[in-house]
Ligand binder design. Sequence first.
Ligand code: ARG
Length: 566
Amino acid sequence: MIDTIKREIKNNLEKYYKDKYNVDLQIVVEEPKKKELGDISIPMFVVVKTLRKPMPEIVNEGLEALKSFDLPISDLGAVGAFINLFVDKSKISKNIIKMAIENDSNYGKSEVGLGKNVTLDYSSPNIAKSFSIGHLRSTMIGNSLKLILEKCGYNTYSINYLGDWGTQFGKMIVAYKLWGDLDKIKADPINELTALYVRFHKEAVDKPELEDEAREAFRKMELKDPEYLDLWKWIREESLKESQQIYDLLDIKFDSFNGEAFYNDKMDPVVEELEAKGLLVEDDGAKIVNLGDDMPPALIKRSDGGSLYITRDLAAVFYRKKEYKFDKILYVVGNEQKLHFEQLKRLITKMGYDFADQVNHVNFGLYLTNGKKASTRSGNVVKLYDVLMTAINLAKAQIEEKNPNLANKEEIAKNVGIAAIVFADLKNFRGLDIEFNINDAVKFEGQTGPYLQYTGVRIASILRGKEFDYNNINTDLFEKPHYFELAKLVSDFRATIERAANEFAPSVIAKYLLTLASSFNKFYSLEKINVEDEVTRNTNFALAKAVRVVLNEGLRLLGIKYLEEM
Ligand code: ARG
């Protein structure tokens, strides 16, 4: 509601200056850092600059104009170049609560993305390697962004761009032929294949010729050698089964699983186009495109004719532009691929297309275990599935302790454990490296997912079986700071979602929910909710209900289930 009033003030003032002086001003409406100054603050510098009148005159005129608008403003004044005002808390709070309760899961919906398409590329694990915790970040951030963007009205299309092509398959095949034991692999495919992959890298230190053999094997795959392709297909299916387990657990779905291999027959036209546009240069038998002094060239074809990661991404981006008509495409991929996406954008521009600025590398930091990156190659693997299971077991132990008679313990523990992992990730701005402690993450207190679920459960139990009329409330109560603080937070929901969508940052919502939950818990410690007086009771219940609506929907946007009990 504050953001609605802010918008109305902006529109009203801009119209006022337009009507009176025929000028197009961009009025800034903000919230002052010091709360005692007001709820809303308007710096008048732009007006002074355009109208060329002294500041005091401008400020006075602004104050008069604001008084003439029919807005829920209770008090206003000026400090220097700033007009500060207080909103009529009683009036707006009632409205905020009513809106939240009546709109329920539609509350916070925005229309900023209506009619626009966003393609999201996330998760994208590498086949034949374990689904590592490093891919968790991409999966969860991508899934949350999809939900956030949909809430803002965008059409989304989600792609799991499987790493199912490339020289690593050549390595797998060479390793399999040298040391593979089919029975062992069939019994435990991913672990055995991972072990083979690790062994390949160990042995290749002393026998570099293995790398050549691997390139040759991949070359054969690209030329559709049936024996190798069969082997590849089988490995792909087995790997996908493992990833699917995790998607099922997290309840995540994709619109497409077209991975790198899908583009095997779509690269030639792109390479020909590069050639025709005179961009492709011979370099020691390989084909490259020079991208400028600030960036290394893009290697498009190896000297043996093999394609590369960037070749496939280039083919993919054109295919997606044509197929999904994106206004934006999001690649949720680690910081370490920054250069790759800069090169991709530069290639698009060099080829004469104008959509490079629609391409967004939604980057994220590393997951550290004991200060070190988890990687498959060195064998220092942290399996996402194991991490999730550990969290679920820890959650179960806490439930056993706190609420042993709970029905449906298994299902609830699952959702709490997942909430712990997901929230521990999403509460951090994605660009940062994170080192997280699983024992802290599953706690019901602190900045955790279970804490938010627990706050929701607390409200659910307060409201269970209660009847109240949210239209018959005591608006005067909102003059109390802890009442108004909550109403204001509820009203900030939509603006918060829009900001998360603009910055591609679920952490914006995660942090907001923490503030909301702690404000509610403060409220709860200060006020008895179920009081004698009916109108006060209505007010308390209605406020709690509005907070619950936001908490539920906010958690959903992060990919976390809200619970009735835990
Ligand atoms: N499979 C890649 C990796 O794990 C990520 C793919 C990201 N998406 C893309 N279009 N390049 O490193």
